[in-house]
Write a protein that binds this ligand. Structure first.
Ligand SMILES: [Zn+2]
Length: 670
């Protein structure tokens, strides 16, 4: 679902998550004491863990986040196993998640049906008579959750965060990003060849001859490459001004007259509306050129591919495995497919997330969890306030506005106050594909229904079991799902130093997003409005450029560099988050508290806890995918890239100038 909202999360979603952790807690045994904290702090904090935790075969990366995700997934499995028992007494929420999961798990039935559950959709595409019917067909596919050609939905108006308007955005690619189609290096060329081979095999599985499938795969590459050329790159998409082009319906239609936009609007189920944000108008000009030049037969091929591609995970094993071979094995380096139950738990979370999440919260999250998190948030907001007041480079006018914005940030903790109502979604125990379509229809309509209505400030953008957190610039709020509010991020049995290095850093990170290069462009009300003096903006940009240059110098795998501009917001948030979390710790325990635990001072334990959150092993393919598409830097860069800038760290570990963990020129924004 497209939402051109400015959301900044804590981490990359797990590419493929995995096997069972026994206990998850801050662990002094995970250190590598043979390493020198001042030479490579990541190795020092994580070396023991990295050695003891090889990547399971069905994973692309394996880290401390994955351990917790796996624990949550096991709780979800218990919930779903119980919910799936066909008891007539089940409440309606239990029936829906239980039967969705049971249908997904019923591999025998899925195999027996073969491609039949898609037949009606395949026939619709085959029977198109004229390119003028494309708009209606694409509306139909979008309603069923199939991404084709572009994305359509709703979002807050950048200039008036109280209004929800329609949104049209670029989309329609099968590779992870436009650059995959356009780059000429050997790796990119090889990936394109493998992608075309994958598309061909999918067409073959759907019944085409090899010859036809080969020709069709070439058509897909040709069409998608043209769409990629019309797409905006990921770094530019971080600039809100570049993805904000508010138009009326007729203006959109005139960018792209060969596409029957009025038929699309009617077919999509959108309510009557005036304004639409066309994120990147050039993309729709590229669509126009392709609608004119590609034949109807080529468009049928394109739509068929995206239908097969999007539904492959719920199709018979041959399709699901072929899908994994490219998107899992080739793109992320995972060796094996995950067990079916894990995939089905994740599909249920993805499609009926707040129904399943409600049961997860009942089982795991009490009032006490909410209270202790609020206390930490308070401490972190106070520390950021102190930091903003002290920052030497800000003029009083901008400082004043920054404090107003900080004060206006609202906190959402654990789970929604009001649960989403899925009662209109029919879920049948014997219809995995139909369930997926109906859940997608519900979600697409839910997004469109928001257009023209008051903003729902209670809505969540992540489900409760998610091990992540986010800041929403247009809502000006921070959000912490129940899934992350547990060890190793927060542990009642641990000292303050460990908890401030864990969840304290996470809270600080999200708060800082309100003041990173993207977030700072929005005001306290969430409007894209410049509240900075020119002088302060210049000071900010200089400091941000220091961070961008620093991270661009990191090369986590041969031939691939971190993109300092793509990751600037996240790196700024890591740096600011660690600093204010440490301030909050010292405010809480007193700056003179020196009680050692396990031989480490509170400051040392704070940094060790921060470092250990990111302990991970990653496959080379996954790192390449991450640096190309993910706004988050790889784990080692997140840890070392932050501590090198902190005199507080260097003091805690008695590092000397000239050592690798002491930056010659330390960067600091916040
Ligand atoms: Zn973030």
């Amino acid at each position: 679902m497209p939402k051109i909202a400015i959301l900044a999360s804590l981490c990359a979603g797990a590419l493929f998550a995995q096997t069972a952790p026994q206990t998850i807690q801050f662990d002094i045994q995970s250190l590598d004491k043979s390493a020198n904290a001042c030479v490579d702090f990541y190795q020092y904090a994580c070396g023991g863990w990295i050695k003891a935790n090889p990547i399971p075969p069905d994973q692309a990366q394996w880290g401390r986040f994955s351990e917790l995700e796996e624990r949550n997934r096991q709780i979800l499995r218990q919930i779903l196993d119980e919910a799936a028992k066909p008891d007539p007494q089940r409440d309606s929420v239990t029936q829906k998640i239980g039967d969705y999961y049971a249908a997904c798990m019923d591999e025998k039935a899925i195999e027996a049906k073969g491609i039949a559950p898609l037949q009606a959709e395949l026939d619709r595409i085959r029977n198109l008579k004229d390119k003028s019917q494309l708009a209606e067909e694409i509306a139909h596919l979008h309603r069923n959750g199939i991404s084709a050609l572009f994305e359509f939905g709703s979002g807050q108006d950048f200039q008036d965060s109280s209004a929800v308007i329609a949104q049209a955005d670029q989309g329609g690619l099968g590779l992870p990003d436009r650059d995959y189609y356009l780059k000429d290096d050997a790796k990119s060329v090889e990936l394109r060849q493998k992608y075309v081979a994958h598309v061909q095999r999918m067409f073959e599985l759907a019944g085409e001859t090899s010859e036809q499938a080969k020709a069709d795969a070439a058509t897909i590459m040709k069409l998608e490459t043209e769409l990629a050329k019309g797409s905006l790159d990921l770094v530019s998409r971080r600039d809100p001004e570049k993805v904000y082009h508010k138009m009326n319906k007729q203006e959109l239609a005139s960018l792209n007259p060969a596409f029957g936009w009025n038929l699309y609007f009617a077919g999509s189920g959108a309510p009557e509306f005036q304004s639409v944000n066309v994120a990147w108008p050039d993309f729709f000009k590229a669509v126009e050129a392709q609608i004119q030049s590609a034949s109807l037969a080529e468009w049928k091929t394109y739509l068929t591919w995206h239908l097969l591609h999007s539904q492959a995970p719920l199709m018979p094993a041959a399709f699901a495995e072929e899908n994994f071979n490219f998107y899992g094995k080739t793109l992320t380096g995972a060796k094996e497919m995950r067990p079916r139950w894990k995939r089905c738990v994740d599909f249920t979370d993805g499609q009926l997330g707040e129904a399943l999440g409600r049961k997860f919260v009942e089982r795991t999250f009490g009032a006490e969890g909410k209270e202790r998190t609020l206390k930490m948030v308070d401490a972190l907001e106070k520390a950021l306030g102190q930091d903003l007041e002290k920052i030497p480079w800000m003029t009083p006018a901008t400082r004043q506005q920054a404090l107003v914005k900080l004060k206006a940030i609202t906190n959402k903790i654990g789970y929604p106050d009001q649960w989403r109502d899925y009662s209109s979604v029919a879920i049948a125990r014997d219809d995995a594909m139909g369930n997926a379509f109906r859940a997608d229809q519900f979600e697409f309509q839910r997004q469109l229904n928001k257009i023209g209505r008051p903003v729902d400030r209670l809505e969540w953008g992540m489900t409760p079991p998610t091990v992540d957190a986010y800041y929403d610039a247009q809502m000006n709020n921070i959000n912490f799902p129940a899934g992350i509010l547990q060890p190793p991020f927060y542990d009642n049995k641990m000292d303050d130093a460990v908890n401030f290095g864990g969840i304290g850093m996470v809270i600080g990170h999200e708060l800082t997003h309100g003041f990173d290069d993207e977030g700072r462009q929005f005001d306290a009300q969430g409007n894209l409005k410049d509240w900075w003096t020119a002088e302060d903006a210049k000071e900010f940009d200089q400091r941000a450029a220091c961070i961008a240059d620093e991270y661009s110098s990191f090369s986590p795998v041969p031939g691939a560099h971190v993109n300092g501009k793509l990751t600037l917001g996240e790196n700024t948030a890591d740096n600011g988050g660690a600093r204010i979390a440490l301030m909050a710790l010292l405010n809480t325990i007193g700056a003179s508290a020196k009680k050692k635990v396990d031989g480490f001072t509170p400051e040392q334990r704070f940094f060790l806890s921060f470092g250990q959150v990111w302990c991970a092993n990653e496959r080379e393919e996954a790192v390449r995918l991450q640096v190309q598409t993910d706004p988050h830097s790889p784990p080692e860069s997140r840890v070392n890239g932050t501590v090198v800038n902190m005199p507080e760290f260097q003091k805690a570990f008695a590092c000397k100038p000239g050592q690798p963990m002491v930056a010659a020129k330390a960067c600091r924004v916040w």
